[in-house]
Design a protein around this ligand. Structure first.
Ligand code: ACM
Ligand code: ZN
Length: 547
């Protein structure tokens, strides 16, 4: 920005600040709020803004985008208090009411997710440079409004919040491959995670146990790969898939809530369901069936068969315009090399390309898949496996295996990959939250406190963690049979994870987090979103002392 413009902004800022100071004199006071994720700068005052049914919500004139956000503010207030407020547009910033500022350059709002809220006795002012930032201001405001019913006036603490996220990627992963989740349920999930400032929904759309997306060129997928005859011997067929229209609808719905949907089609492993429809794409075709139990299949896509890349090229061609995100997850996890070691086509590929080992064939495979994706404008997201010698340069890696994250952070930095932190010991939300809640014998426990302990930078100096761009939790679906269960496994742990992604370590504290929890669980309850009551905190002084 030009120097002159900078000076103007500073002067304008000072005038604005002076006006606020003059019209209201506020008393600094340490008022307890219950915000999750904890904002990075807050100043609170003893005074209150009082709102009643005559309080107006203002938005800038002729700005339909911001009018829509004014509607969101109104809905939030109505849901929590029963008050329905009038909306008005303005051409000059009003002096009182609930005011959405115009989106303007502001030196102190440094990311597209930054926002400010200023509340004094006369007004609530939302400031952001993007609609997304404004949306996050509103999510914070939701938590500032008391949960009241049938009260004529609502009081809100006067304050200043100046906030922006620690990390730009904050994701949750759902697994409708293991148990299908209908589109309407996915939308409800999007609503819930948007409240906690998640900006990514990663959908794991294919696995050994099911293929869940409509591909028009390959109808046998829908016929044969989307249904399994039973699950763990229950004798009940299970199936389902999203039509392309449903996927478009999910993506659009998420976009309105500033969530990007990243699809995942797992290759070269976890592919048994699609191989039922197209067995010629594996090394040793057989009469496969869609897998009915958890576990890892040895039937990989054949790295020596060009038809594999042709097939995925056609799949990506259909999906690329539907999933508008540039990111596309290609799985890459748990791909045992047994068959590649004996398959004549794979062995020929190794020889023809002078590859050193079957592990190098894995790197080759990802290069080819990545090139195929790139033709459709997408970059690969991949689960990091440390025995794979290298990944495509443009990859974003996900660290996931328990115990290996420090090594993965180091290696991805050396190799120049961006990294998303999804370590098993902090972010695998299919794991039970407490003793007595086990669903199988191979999962560790993942209590709330253990999620909260995640520092995505693992305490490293800034220059050694600069490549870590985000956090993500996974809800693998083997034992997550419907959306209610997904919510139960998600909350409150996703609140803890949201803080790991959003809040600087200096502003985080487990005891303080516990004291902010109850109010947020009440908000979920009001919205009919399932969660696990943190029973282990029943007698915890911080959890109980939440107001
Ligand atoms: C994974 O948990 N297999 C990425
Ligand atoms: Zn092969």
């Amino acid at each position: 920005m030009k120097f002159f413009k900078k000076i103007l902004l500073v002067v304008a800022g000072c005038i604005l600040f002076a006006c606020v100071e003059k019209e209201t004199s506020l008393t600094t006071n340490d008022v307890k709020l219950n915000l999750i994720p904890q904002p990075n700068a807050i100043k609170t005052y003893a005074e209150k803004f009082v709102m009643d049914e005559s309080t107006v919500i203002y938005y800038p004139e002729s700005n339909q985008e911001l009018k829509k956000q004014a509607d969101v503010v109104n809905e939030v207030i109505f849901n929590q208090t029963g008050l329905k407020l009038p909306l008005e547009s303005y051409d000059k910033i009003p002096q009182k009411g609930i005011i959405i500022s115009p989106l303007e350059d502001n030196e102190s709002l440094t990311t597209d997710e930054s926002y400010k809220i200023e509340i004094n006795t006369k007004k609530v002012l939302f400031l952001a440079t993007t609609v997304k930032g404004l949306f996050y201001a509103i999510q914070t405001f939701r938590q500032l409004i008391p949960l009241e019913n049938e009260k004529d006036t609502i009081k809100i603490t006067c304050l200043e919040i100046d906030d922006k996220p620690r990390l730009p990627y904050r994701g949750m992963m759902l697994d409708p491959a293991r148990h299908f989740l209908p589109a309407k349920d996915v939308k409800k999930y999007i609503d819930a995670i948007a409240m906690y400032k998640f900006n990514t929904l990663h959908l794991h759309l294919s696995d050994d146990q099911g293929w869940r997306v409509e591909i028009k060129k390959y109808p046998k997928l829908m016929e044969l790969a989307t249904v399994r005859k039973e699950t763990d011997g229950d004798g009940v067929p299970h199936g389902g898939y999203y039509t392309q229209d449903e996927l478009k609808d999910i993506v659009a719905y998420a976009k309105e809530r500033f969530i990007e949907v990243i699809p995942e089609l797992d290759v070269p492993g976890h592919s048994q369901a699609m191989l039922v429809a197209y067995p010629e794409l594996t090394c040793f075709p057989d009469d496969f069936e869609v897998r009915t139990t958890p576990g890892v299949s040895k039937n990989l896509l054949c790295a020596g068969n060009d038809k594999v890349f042709e097939f995925y090229g056609n799949v990506y061609r259909e999906l690329a315009p539907i999933f508008t995100a540039e990111k596309f997850h290609i799985g890459g996890d748990e791909a045992p090399l047994d068959h590649w070691k004996t398959c004549p086509k794979c062995q020929k590929r190794i020889k023809d390309n002078n590859l050193e080992s079957p592990q190098h064939l894995m790197s080759y495979f990802f290069e080819r898949i990545s090139d195929t994706l790139a033709k459709h404008g997408k970059t690969p997201q991949i689960w990091y496996e440390l025995d794979v010698p290298f990944y495509p340069e443009t990859s974003t890696m996900y660290t996931w295996r328990g115990g290996l994250t420090p090594k993965t952070i180091e290696k991805s930095r050396e190799m120049g990959y961006k990294l998303i932190c999804s370590p098993g010991e902090h972010a695998y939300f299919d794991y039970p939250q407490a003793k007595g809640e086990e669903t199988c014998d191979w999962m560790a426990y993942l209590p709330l406190e253990q999620v909260y302990k995640l520092d995505p930078g693992y305490g490293l100096p800034q220059e050694k963690q600069a490549h870590i761009i985000g956090v993500e939790a996974t809800i693998w679906g083997e034992y997550v049979k419907d959306i209610n269960r997904a919510f139960y496994m998600t909350f409150p742990r996703a609140m803890a994870l949201s803080e790991a992604g959003w809040t600087q370590m200096d502003n985080r504290d487990w005891n303080d987090f516990k004291s902010r929890l109850k109010r947020n669980l009440q908000i979920l309850e009001r919205k009919d979103i399932n969660f696990r009551e943190p029973k282990e905190l029943a007698n915890d002084e911080f959890y109980l002392n939440n107001f």
